[in-house]
Design a protein around this ligand. Structure first.
Ligand code: NAD
Length: 463
């Protein structure tokens, strides 16, 4: 029977209502507790059981998470958009299928060996134990599922302190992970959380003796908090990725790639193009293609001022604008844009607040550079030393190399939309936790392991 839009909406309402009911009644879903200490204790008990499982059994849990993510991709996407008000359902569905297909499992856990006259030495990737994970509202279930797959594949269990704005969606994903474990003959509570995550529950987690490692995915505040906790921290922080276009680029394709990347899930991904730096000789052509072929709406100086005042408040980013589509943003400043409009564009100086700030909205300011060196300097300034992501459209390998060295980011996409970095239209695996601050880069199961040297002296060398 074909599933209609209204049927899916009814299912979402039903699931959300049931979760609200269970939260109020205190009868938690799998892995959900009212108290953070209890959540950690349960994850610790589960970890003792996971430690005794074979790699094959761990892989079976990961494989069940993949299947369940595919099955629930639309539901998770709709829940995420409904609960946070951010992003768009179609792209979120794609993100869930992508992570289900391309997040590494146990194959990522490898061994290094030396053998010789004095025996055999191995470096094994062992689990840490119970990992604390803090997740954002921008990719809520994506991050929970991706973190869980990598952490469990590596032999850990995980306690989440999700963003409060996305708690229902996160709980749904955490419940799914536990069901996947139970169906594989594994324990319950391989992923745990609390019904009401707060800064206090986060602090309990950061200080807890049974949490040896914390993985934080979010803005600068949370990464700094984790790195000040005295624990080992994996810091996946904010970015402000520039897309540089030089005179050798296929300008028409660059316009399409940049707008496709920028508008994906309404610009929520931290890797997405947040501004353009174009050399003078191609800047006008690029802007023309974006407007005439890519659904971009050019705003005047007066409209830029109105949009700035709407989007950036004295207290910071207006949360009502984050992850909204271009037409909604334009309507907030009194512009009724045609249906094909998917991105807002303008030209400005690099210091323009709509260009310098990480907005997470489909707004692309174009900064004009007099030549390539000037463009590199401006792009490096705009990335603010986050060393997160940057993109370039160029056919000149010397230019690409120069830019890559200067900007020094965890991700650099050449001649493609930013999402190619996540394996979407590009090679490589997927993750939603890009450890830009602490240098692990794109995280996977091996990131959540510790290196253990195992030495057999004078034996087991059979060469
Ligand atoms: P956010 O920083 O507001 O929240 C992220 C998480 O941190 C939430 O769970 C929040 O409750 C928690 N948090 C915030 N401040 C904290 C503190 N001082 N102590 C403890 N916990 C704290 O971010 P968001 O709006 O949910 O997500 C968007 C931000 O995350 C953007 O800056 C984006 O670039 C970044 N991000 C980075 C990655 C990456 O992989 N590097 C991925 C997704 C999002």
């Amino acid at each position: 029977m074909p599933v209609s839009e209204s049927m899916v909406q009814d299912i979402v309402k039903e699931v959300v209502a049931r979760m609200q009911l269970s939260g109020n009644a205190g009868t938690a879903q799998h892995g959900v507790f009212t108290d953070m200490n209890q959540a950690i204790e349960a994850a610790k008990e589960a970890e003792a059981k996971v430690r005794c499982m074979t790699m094959d059994q761990r892989e079976q849990i990961v494989s069940n998470i993949r299947r369940k993510t595919h099955e629930n991709a639309e539901l998770l996407a709709r829940m995420g958009v409904e609960e946070t008000g951010m992003g768009n359902v179609g792209d979120k569905i794609l993100k869930h299928h992508l992570l289900a297909d391309k997040t590494p499992g146990t194959e990522d856990i490898t061994t290094t060996a030396w053998s010789g006259d004095r025996g055999l030495t191995l470096i094994e990737m062992g689990p840490f134990g119970v990992i604390g994970a803090i997740t954002p509202c921008t990719n809520p279930s994506e991050t929970v599922l991706c973190n869980s797959m990598g952490m469990i594949a590596a032999g850990n269990t995980v306690v989440f302190n999700p963003h409060p704005q996305a708690i229902k969606t996160s709980i749904f994903a955490i419940n799914m992970v536990n069901e996947a474990s139970l169906e594989a003959g594994g324990p319950d509570n391989v992923a745990c959380t609390v019904t009401r995550p707060t800064l206090e529950t986060s602090n309990i987690m950061m200080k807890h003796k049974d949490i040896p490692l914390i993985a934080a995915t979010g803005g600068p505040g949370v990464v700094t908090a984790v790195l000040s906790s005295g624990k080992r921290g994996i810091g996946a922080g904010a970015g402000n990725p520039p897309a540089l276009v030089d005179e050798t680029a296929d300008v028409r394709k660059a316009a399409a790639d940049i707008v496709n990347g920028c508008t994906f899930d309404n610009n929520l991904p931290c890797i997405a193009e947040k501004e353009i730096v174009a050399v003078d000789s191609v800047a006008d052509e690029l802007m023309n293609y974006m407007i005439s072929e890519q659904g971009c709406y050019l705003i005047s100086k007066e409209e830029q001022d109105k949009l700035t005042a709407t989007v950036i408040t004295p207290k910071g980013l207006n949360r009502k604008c984050v992850g909204r589509d271009a037409r909604t943003l334009l309507s907030m400043i009194g512009i009724q844009a045609p249906e094909n409009i998917r991105c807002i564009v303008f030209e400005g100086e690099k210091e323009h607040p709509l260009i310098a700030e990480e907005l997470m909205m489909p707004i692309l300011g174009l900064v004009r550079a007099k030549d390539f060196d000037d463009a590199v300097e401006k792009a490096v300034w705009l990335e603010h030393g986050n060393r997160h992501s940057a993109h370039i459209h160029s056919k000149n390998v010397d230019n690409i190399t120069k830019y890559a060295k200067a900007i020094d980011t965890a991700i650099l996409v050449k001649n493609a939309p930013s999402y190619a970095a996540l394996g979407f239209g590009g090679e490589g695996f997927c993750t939603f936790t890009i450890a830009s601050r602490t240098g692990e880069g794109l995280t996977s199961a091996s990131t959540f392991t510790k290196r253990r040297r195992c030495v057999m002296s004078d034996s087991l060398c059979i060469r």
